[in-house]
Design a protein around this ligand. Sequence first.
Ligand SMILES: C[S@@+](CC[C@H](N)C(=O)[O-])C[C@H]1O[C@@H](n2cnc3c(N)ncnc32)[C@H](O)[C@@H]1O
Length: 270
Amino acid sequence: MDETGARHWIDNRDRYDRMYRPVEDALLSAAAIRPGEHVLDVGCGYGTTTLDAADLARPGTVTGVDVSPAMLETARARAAGDDHVTFVEGDAQTHTFRPPSCDVVLSRFGLMFFADPVAAFVNLRRATRPGGRLAFIAWRSPRHQPWLCVPGAAAAHALGVPVPDLAEGDGPGMFSLADEGRARSVLVAAGWTEVEVEPVTVPLLVGGGGTVEDAVTFLRTGTLGRRLLDGVDVDTGARALAEVRAALAPHTHPDGVRLDAGVWLVRARA
Ligand SMILES: C[S@@+](CC[C@H](N)C(=O)[O-])C[C@H]1O[C@@H](n2cnc3c(N)ncnc32)[C@H](O)[C@@H]1O
């Protein structure tokens, strides 16, 4: 994720947290953190899962690691004064975690961005005590993401272009672990055992709820919206957004626009 992507997350923090609430609930339930445990939150971003894990782990500790200084600045400000939470700037693929003995490694969408995924998951296993748990959420493939496909197809149709392929092979990116076989083989190659890759479909509140206009604004500034509409002239962009509004309207509920999202809930043991 580049700094523009990080800025979108920081600027829309509450929206992302409302949108991903069902995903985080599934993650924390799978992680089954017990009081006194030591937890590592990888690609912790602005720290929501780190802080929520800390509430479960107390009197244990949670360390959040991330490569983005901007994300960590927000995370540290939110955790100020909490002795049970530490944030570390580093690449989780290579960072030497001290002490190397956490009970639980978890992540909400933070483990798909490694240059060498096997090396990264080896490093995380080494940071975990024998028998310790890994629980994380990663995206399934784009075709399992109506929350992106419905507005994406509407905008692309209006623009007369193909829907951009956000799944760019096996390289680092949102969909790098979308293939179940690949996700499983990366973990096994990295020495994790009892690997379970469970498909979970959640009704996502697009952009965290509100009006159709709120959802459109959120999507316009996200990765797909930027890829489709940055550089497009004003009138054409307005026509494309009108198509997106029309496509989202049938999915509107009292709390906002809801469309399904497909994720993997992955569990393993060191
Ligand atoms: C999609 S965001 C998710 C953030 C957070 N887990 C959440 O759910 O709010 C992915 C995060 O992973 C971080 N990241 C990407 N590559 C990383 C790496 N190699 N080591 C540590 N963090 C990384 C990014 O900076 C970003 O904050």
